[in-house]
Design a protein around this ligand. Structure first.
Ligand SMILES: Cc1cc2nc3c(=O)[nH]c(=O)nc-3n(C[C@H](O)[C@H](O)[C@H](O)COP(=O)(O)O)c2cc1C
Length: 439
């Protein structure tokens, strides 16, 4: 079972940062990040994951903006920069950063992640996103967000170019032999000469071939185009579904698409995003949950729901059922649609809906004692709902420490999780083959 740790310094609950156990002063705090990475590595986690966007969000939702929502990250490090620093204080754990194909260039991204792979000795991963926050466009000379179809078309070509650039050099292209005066072997480099619809990139990349051949590509698209992109290019997929049946459906859907790209299912790991509230007892887990809920006012909760659905919810009565919207007009992401589906299926009110999504950012939540959590994780893993989990702690760092202290031994006892790292690269630890250099 793959375990990834969400490295967001503000946990995964809107009330998190106010909790007495939460980090003091979590905005752009290097010491906290180092500590978190070392906790996750001591727990033998496969990887640390840093989500990202390129803009400050929620300026128009005053209550939420003041209180901050973890996924908005208004005061954070640029993720590859931070992971480069963390590569020097860790030895095993994978380092996965988000970067956008919509507002960046393939050469920059290929270069950045090749560098991170070299710095970390083969532990880099790129979470390929097309940017989920529409307003990020305003920071990149666009009046509005690029349409999804175009974003994914560009993303597909982008990924091809990045992989091509990572294959610029043979693995043994740099003998750096002082004696013979041969720094590099010219016959072992290839310009890319890519000329496509979105990009013209000559190459080659100014970095040796990365230790992993290709740093891992992660993706989390839930739309048709997003799932196709994952099936074609992703080594790992972050999936968020609120219950087992929907997670199984998504798993089968994404893996089922791989064949048409001549890939087999075991070339990909699907990680279910989940926030885990674990206590020594069920009551302790419930108490933590309630404590966090009480730190969020209804005004912040409704603003948060508005954000997740991509539409204003302020004017709807809190204790009436969620209004029915035409699905295709709602939300700009699959996440928004998933929240609505949940609200309709379970006949939730507006208040109940925001309360349901607060702790897990529109995703999923497991709550209980260690046995109950391990039972659920085992069930998801064994019934092909996922190959592992991307775990967010409700309170950072204590939530992660508690998971490692209480749940990890239970997973190990069942033979579901490692005692020691198997390999030295992220690919090796995930059991994914190193790609041969493309032709
Ligand atoms: C676990 C998870 C993490 C994500 N992290 C980011 C992120 O850091 N930045 C971002 O712009 N989008 C992020 N997304 C959004 C996805 O990239 C994607 O836009 C979203 O799931 C909707 O899918 P679609 O783009 O195919 O509509 C994340 C999604 C999930 C499920």
């Amino acid at each position: 079972m793959v375990l990834a740790a969400n490295a967001n310094a503000a946990g995964s609950h809107v009330g998190e940062w106010r909790h007495p156990d939460a980090w003091e002063r979590p905005a752009a705090n290097l010491q906290n990040a180092v500590r978190l990475a070392q906790i996750a590595e001591a727990g033998k986690f496969d990887l640390l994951f840093l989500a990202d966007g390129n803009g400050v969000r929620q300026l128009d939702k005053p209550d939420l903006f003041r209180a901050t929502s973890p996924s908005d990250r208004p005061g954070v490090f640029e993720p590859v920069t931070l992971l480069s620093a963390l590569s020097m204080v860790t030895r095993h754990i994978g380092l996965v950063a988000t970067a956008t194909t919509t507002y960046d260039e393939p050469f920059h991204i290929a270069r950045r992640f090749a560098s991170l792979d070299h710095l970390s000795g083969g532990r880099a991963g790129w979470n390929l996103v097309t940017t989920s926050n529409p307003e990020d466009a305003l920071n990149f000379s666009h009046a509005e967000h690029v349409a999804r179809d175009t974003r994914y078309e560009r993303a597909g070509e982008f990924a091809e170019v990045v992989k091509g650039l990572w294959d610029s050099w043979d693995d043994d292209a740099f003998p750096q032999d002082k004696e013979s005066g041969t720094f590099l072997l010219p016959e072992k480099v290839r310009a890319l000469n890519h000329k496509g619809k979105h990009f013209q990139v000559r190459g080659p990349l100014n970095a040796p071939r990365p230790p992993q051949g290709h740093p891992l590509i992660f993706s989390a698209g839930q739309s048709e185009a997003g799932k196709d992109l994952s099936a074609q290019h992703a080594d790992c997929v972050f999936a968020i579904e609120g219950n087992l049946a929907n997670a199984q459906k998504l798993y089968a859907d994404i893996k089922g698409r791989m064949l048409k790209f001549s890939r087999s299912e075991d070339e990909m790991r699907i990680l279910a995003g989940v926030t885990i509230f674990v206590g020594e007892t069920e009551e302790e887990a419930d108490a933590l949950f309630q404590q966090l809920e009480d730190l969020v006012s209804p005004a912040v909760g409704v603003d948060y729901l508005s954000k997740m659905l991509g539409r204003k919810m302020k004017d709807y009565p809190l204790d009436e059922p969620m209004p029915v919207f035409e699905e295709e007009h709602v939300g700009h992401t699959g996440i928004g649609k998933g929240i609505l589906r949940l609200a309709y299926e379970e006949k939730l009110t507006v208040r109940e809906t925001y309360k349901r999504i607060l702790p897990q950012m529109g995703g999923n939540m497991f709550k209980g004692d260690a046995k109950k959590i391990a039972d659920t994780m085992e069930e998801w893993f064994a019934t092909r709902a996922c190959d592992g989990f991307m775990i967010a702690a409700p309170v950072v760092p204590t939530g992660l420490e508690r998971f490692i202290r209480l749940v990890v031994p239970e997973l190990r006892r069942r033979g579901l999780f490692r005692e020691e790292y198997e390999g030295s690269t992220l690919r090796e630890n995930l059991g994914l083959a190193r790609p041969a250099r493309g032709g």
